[in-house]
Design a protein around this ligand. Structure first.
Ligand SMILES: [Fe+2]
Length: 161
């Protein structure tokens, strides 16, 4: 569902709309903060409850990220028209779309394994591995947000932010 939509995205960044999309969708950032907190929670808390909340939070984050990435690519990226874009712009947004796909697929794969582990009753044993795996997805996401911030700065001009 997500990949077909994302794979069509290229063109130039619509910086004002991209900022607006990021600011308007508070649910995704609140969900991300919650999963980060759960991933960093100390071992002393109720492990079963923590594991369940972490799996649920990661699932919700996957849904929220799919929505965020689609909004960004629908409203924040302008499809190229012949002669209207610079070659570098398409490369930039192609990279951004590729990062969206990579992050989504990494998180999706982790969520599927975590759900299976919960179903099999091994989630408490495996929780730290999943929290570590989430850290890698989160690192990709942080790098991606830095990259899109650079794109926005490049199109608005450094003084505009
Ligand atoms: Fe993005």
């Amino acid at each position: 569902m997500l990949s077909s939509r994302l794979s069509q995205s290229s063109g130039i960044v619509n910086a004002a709309f991209l900022i607006e999309v990021k600011e308007a969708n508070a649910d995704v950032w609140n969900c991300l903060r919650r999963v980060r907190d759960l991933a960093a929670m100390p071992e002393s808390v109720d492990r079963e409850a923590l594991a369940h909340e972490f799996v649920q939070g990661a699932d919700e984050l996957l849904v929220q990220l799919a929505k965020e990435f689609q909004l960004e690519e629908t409203l924040g990226f302008i499809a190229p028209s012949s002669g209207a874009t610079q070659p570098g712009d398409q490369t930039d947004l192609g990279k951004s779309s590729q990062q969206h796909r990579e992050i989504y697929l990494c998180l999706q794969e982790m969520c599927e394994r975590a759900e299976e582990s919960e179903y099999r009753g091994t989630i408490c044993r495996d929780l730290n591995q999943f929290r570590e795996d989430f850290g890698k997805v989160d690192q990709l996401l942080r790098e991606h947000e830095r990259y899109e911030a650079e794109l926005i700065r490049g199109h608005l001009g450094a003084d505009a932010l």
